[in-house]
Design a protein around this ligand. Structure first.
Ligand SMILES: C[S@@+](CC[C@H](N)C(=O)[O-])C[C@H]1O[C@@H](n2cnc3c(N)ncnc32)[C@H](O)[C@@H]1O
Length: 219
C-alpha cells in the first residue's frame, strides 16, 4: 500500500507493484503489473463509495488499473465513464481490465494531465490522488506518480481542487480519497471556500495514517 512509501521508500508499494497481480473486488476482476498502481485499501474504500454514488456521467481521474471506472460502469445508473491517467501504461491496463469485465463500451480512456484534455461536465468526479509526502530528491516516474505527492503531499491535489468544479454538473458530486498524511483539513477548507459541503463517507485506519472518502456537493 502506497503510504508505506513514506516510511520505506523501497517498501511494500514497490514490491507489490513489481509483481504481476490478479485480484478481485466484489464482481470486478483486475490484472495489474508495474508501473501501474496496484489497488490497495485506499482504492477499495473509494470503490465502495463509487458503488453507492456513481450515476449518469462519471469522470475517473487517475484511473490506474481502472478499478473505479469499472465499478462505476457496471452500474445500470451510470451511462458513461471517462477514465483518465497521465500514465499510458495505466490506460492500457485499465482498458484491458474493462474488456475483461465486459464494460469497455461504456468507458472512454483519455491520456491527460489532470483536466488538460478533458471537456464537458460530469455528474460524478472520482479521484484517488497521489498524496504521499516525499523528499524532494525522490524522482518522479510512471510508477511513483501513482503516490508521489511532492513535499507536502499536495502537488497534484491542489491544482485538482482549484479546477475540478469547472467539470462538475451543478448537482454533481466529488468522491475524493483523502489521508491524514497530507493535511486533509486544508482540502475541506478549500472545498468549503468554493461553496461545497463535505461529508466523510467512510474511513479506514492504519498505524501510520487514517484514510477516508470525502463526498463533496455544492451547498
Ligand atoms: C493512487 S493511484 C489511484 C489509481 C486508482 N484510481 C485506484 O483507486 O486504485 C493515482 C493515479 O493517478 C495517476 N496520476 C498521477 N498524477 C496524475 C495527473 N497529473 N494527471 C492524471 N493522472 C495522474 C497515476 O498515474 C495513478 O494511476
Amino acid at each position: 500500500m502506497k503510504p508505506t512509501q513514506k516510511f520505506n521508500p523501497l517498501g511494500k508499494a514497490r514490491q507489490l507493484q513489481n509483481a504481476f497481480t490478479e485480484l478481485t473486488f466484489k464482481d470486478v476482476h483486475l490484472s495489474v503489473s508495474s508501473p501501474v498502481y496496484c489497488p490497495a485499501e485506499d482504492s477499495f474504500l473509494l470503490a465502495k463509495a463509487v458503488g453507492q454514488f456513481a450515476v449518469g456521467s462519471v469522470l475517473d481521474l487517475g484511473t490506474g488499473s481502472g478499478i473505479q471506472a469499472i465499478v462505476a460502469a457496471k452500474k445500470s445508473e451510470v451511462d458513461h465513464v471517462t477514465a483518465v491517467d497521465l500514465n499510458k501504461a495505466a490506460l492500457s491496463t485499465a482498458q484491458e481490465n474493462a474488456k475483461a469485465n465486459h464494460v469497455e463500451k461504456k468507458i472512454v480512456f483519455v491520456q491527460s494531465n489532470l483536466f488538460e484534455n478533458i471537456t464537458g461536465k460530469f455528474d460524478v468526479i472520482v479521484f484517488n490522488p497521489p498524496y504521499v509526502p516525499v523528499e524532494a530528491h525522490e524522482k518522479l516516474d510512471d510508477e511513483s506518480m501513482a503516490w508521489h505527492g511532492g513535499a507536502t503531499g499536495r502537488t497534484v491535489l491542489d491544482p485538482f481542487l482549484s479546477t475540478f468544479s469547472n467539470y462538475l454538473q451543478p448537482n454533481g458530486a466529488l468522491l475524493l480519497l483523502q489521508s491524514s498524511l497530507n493535511n486533509s483539513e486544508q482540502t475541506i477548507a478549500e472545498l468549503k471556500k468554493q461553496g461545497f459541503t463535505t461529508e466523510v463517507h467512510s474511513t479506514d485506519s492504519f498505524f501510520f495514517e487514517k484514510i477516508f472518502v470525502l463526498v463533496a456537493k455544492r451547498a
